[in-house]
Design a protein around this ligand. Structure first.
Ligand code: PSV
Ligand code: MN
Length: 426
């Protein structure tokens, strides 16, 4: 299924007059406050968020999975779904693959389909946290960290294969997330597993093409509950620093203990030029993979405040890679992704409204109240008309969710693919 520009434009007619008034009013208000609205719109236009191939089917928990119907079963269909999202939102022009969840046996066809829908190949994700059929050694007791050199080598080789595949598709980065760790004291020697991990990563790093980046995720617990080999940003940063200039830390918002000050981590990594990428989601307790901005929208805004500042001030930090990393048990995954994309752009746009000069002045004079007010003022501005206008100018939908529902996209996907299809991946 494909959504044409004409179909979307026709749907926009219904929302056009209200949008026109709302945008006009907001634009005038912001211009009167000295804000460069067109610059903000430019920044929002170029902002692209990668969609992980595993987010297009209904996620499950270990207690069950409730399929939505019409789920994509092949990579081509997953790319088609991202094409639908991109047509509506104009901000999801990239896919992130997970190997071997994604079967890439027809690269040329896949590349052709992605190109026709304006979709690029973002970071490749390797998987050494599950055993695959026919695999020689098991990762039950770790992969890159394993005490057995043959197991480590198998895990390294898998990453090298993923890089090779990514090269063919035009990807420029590899994300490594390790489930490696231990469930009980005494199970692992902390120093040895960390050293093994670094040595394994060195082999992977050596195989990276010149223009590629390596992103290292961290996570404090799950699936191991006593220790994880890369539990926090500090360990990831240390590994990335040992590896060299192409290695970076990747922040997944769900990979922190409750109440961690993620915006401060972001600031520190940016200062060091080592913030490579982001996995967006939201959480109440742990790695809940809830929709971005659904639980802690203010925290997301504060993170974007640091990102905006850091992207301006820390030239040696590359432009970060953005990806949504969530999994849904109850919602239509495409509707959820529309909501997530909107929440991310909403936080970004609000952060762009912050009067950085005034904030520096308030900080310099230790005016705590005024500093807080400056942030609040930006946060409480309803920026949705700007987001809609940016979409309209790019032939996207003024209201993507309304159009998705009006055009019965899910029903049409069910008609096309059937009620019982199950997407591969989580
Ligand atoms: C792990 O929780 C993670 O965030 C990593 O990015 C994985 O690759 C992804 O989820 C999917 O399992
Ligand atoms: Mn992640």
């Amino acid at each position: 299924m494909i959504l044409s520009v004409d179909q979307i434009a026709k749907q926009n007619l219904e929302h056009e007059s209200i949008h026109h008034d709302n945008f006009g009013f907001l634009k005038e208000k912001l211009i009167n406050e000295g804000i460069d609205v067109s610059k903000i719109m430019e920044q929002l236009t170029t902002f692209q968020i990668a969609i992980p191939s595993w987010a297009l089917g209904t996620g499950g928990t270990r207690f069950g999975r409730f399929s939505i119907g019409g789920e994509p079963t092949t990579l081509l269909q997953k790319i088609e779904d991202i094409g639908l999202l991109h047509a509506l939102t104009q901000n999801s022009g990239a896919v992130s693959l997970h190997i071997p969840w994604d079967k890439v046996d027809n690269e040329r066809e896949i590349k052709k389909k992605a190109k026709s829908l304006g979709i690029a190949f973002d970071a490749m994700n390797s998987n050494t946290f599950q055993d695959q059929k026919g695999q020689t050694y098991s990762y039950k007791f770790g992969s890159l960290c394993n005490v057995d050199p043959a197991i480590r080598q198998q895990a390294v080789n898998h990453n090298l294969e993923v890089i090779e595949l990514g090269k063919k598709l035009g990807s420029k980065s590899l994300t490594v997330w390790l489930a490696d760790g231990s469930n009980f004291p005494g199970q692992n020697n902390f120093q040895r597993v960390l050293k093994n991990t670094l040595e394994s990563l060195k082999q992977i790093y050596k195989a990276l093409p010149e223009d590629w980046k390596l992103f290292i995720e961290y996570k404090p617990y799950e699936p191991n509950f006593y220790s994880m080999v890369i539990p926090d940003w500090g360990t990831s940063y240390m590994l990335a620093s040992h590896l060299g200039p192409k290695a970076f830390t990747l922040v997944d918002l769900g990979h922190h203990l409750p109440n961690t000050n993620i915006e401060q981590i972001v600031a520190t990594l940016l200062l060091q030029g080592k913030l490579g990428g982001f996995h967006f989601n939201d959480s109440k307790y742990g790695d809940d993979d809830l929709s971005v901005g659904s639980i802690k929208p203010y925290a997301l805004f504060l993170i974007f405040n640091e990102l905006v500042y850091g992207m301006q001030e820390n030239e040696k930090n590359p432009y970060p890679a953005w990806m949504i990393d969530a999994s849904h048990n109850t919602k239509d995954p495409l509707e959820d992704l529309i909501q997530s994309i909107e929440a991310i752009k909403n936080a970004y746009a609000k952060a762009l409204l912050i009067d950085q000069q005034e904030l520096r002045k308030a900080q310099a004079s230790h005016d705590v109240v005024y500093a807080q007010e400056i942030l609040k003022k930006a946060y409480e501005t309803d920026v949705r008309p700007i987001l809609a206008e940016v979409r309209r100018l790019q032939n996207g939908a003024l209201n993507p969710l309304a159009v998705y529902r009006k055009l019965n996209v899910r029903l049409r996907l069910i008609e096309e693919r059937g009620k019982d299809t199950v997407a591969s991946g989580l």
